[in-house]
Ligand binder design. Sequence first.
Ligand code: ATP
Ligand code: MG
Length: 391
Amino acid sequence: MNEIILIKYGEIILKGLNRHIFEDKLVNNIKNVAGDSAKVYKSRATLYAEPFEGSNIELIVSRIRKVFGVVSVTRAAVSGRELDDIAQNACAYLEKTLTDAKTFKVETKRADKSYPIKSPEISREIGGAILSAYPHLKVDVINPQVQVNIEVRENGAYIYADSEKLSGPGGLPTGSSAKALLLLSGGIDSPVAGYMIGKRGAVIEGIHFFSPPFTSDAAKQKVLDLAQILTGYTGAMKVHIVPFTKPQLKMRENCPEEHLTLIMRRMMMKISSIIAKRENAACLVTGESLGQVASQTIEALGVTDDAADRLCLRPLIGMDKEEIVAIAKNIGTFDTSILPYEDCCTVFVPRHPTTRPKLESIKQSESNLDFDALVKEAIDGTETVIIEPKR
Ligand code: ATP
Ligand code: MG
């Protein structure tokens, strides 16, 4: 039996006059993930993906389920419009679901109002046919285990059970907000932060600081692998790789140990701000969470923030580690994040980092460095790669 994919979207519906802009972006993003395996189009607040002959519907569904803006994805059978056809196809297509259920009801929508039979009557007829084929079932119109949906359209009727609906990520389509530059480490937090800002429609670009030989190629690859997982949601992603060994060595040589982490964080912010400006990214994103480590106390965040010339979004700021881990597992980054590779933040860690730093005193320590020259050299040595989603 031919199948079609029905795609529902949520918050966009509230968008008033701008709604079509959001819808068009969503359709485009879904077209991008469907590639040449399905025809994607919009009709009356639902999007449809019609798989082409021989394409893998399971795979298309799993890709569309990750597109920001999508609330649910449902596979439906495509049937002829005659009542007999619909009844026969509903009984066959939903065989397993109906066999396992005790109660059901049928709900019909007539998108084609010229169809000669009204919706309640269609529901009654199909309900009757289902009861004769599955006599163990009872109709329950208030709280059925299975709701069988029939959509009668100009070109056919679609049949699906509500229980087969798969959830999407929700949010807003990528590209409906500005570009954001994500400071991406190999940890658990920053990929989740990128996911959350991406989910609100921002185009995500990544920046990663690495310090060979203190950090290995495997550590860098891990970050690229994390970016690759994120592209399943955000689409292709640019990642800027910044050489950070020299600044770190200079810091260790010239600055008080207890200030090292914060000076390093400040330089990351500075470099990221400059690259954000160059790349037209309107803000920075980090995975910082209040109080998680010494460099994430309110005072420390203030010191770090002072070095950024752009808005810095910290979507995890009020979240507990457990909540962040739950999201990381859900979006598929967790297993990669916990691979045991070093990060440039974890080399040269002070034994007693300042937790209540004063900006003036950090700036004083920082003045032992030729800060601007180190920033410039790091930016000059930056390489950019483009990570494409797996196809
Ligand atoms: P994560 O789990 O994301 O690594 P974390 O809790 O380990 O975060 P820190 O190491 O203090 O915290 O880093 C705080 C934030 O700074 C990270 O969430 C990330 O946004 C950014 N960051 C840290 N290290 C790097 C790096 N090597 N390259 C780019 N950004 C980094
Ligand atoms: Mg980290």
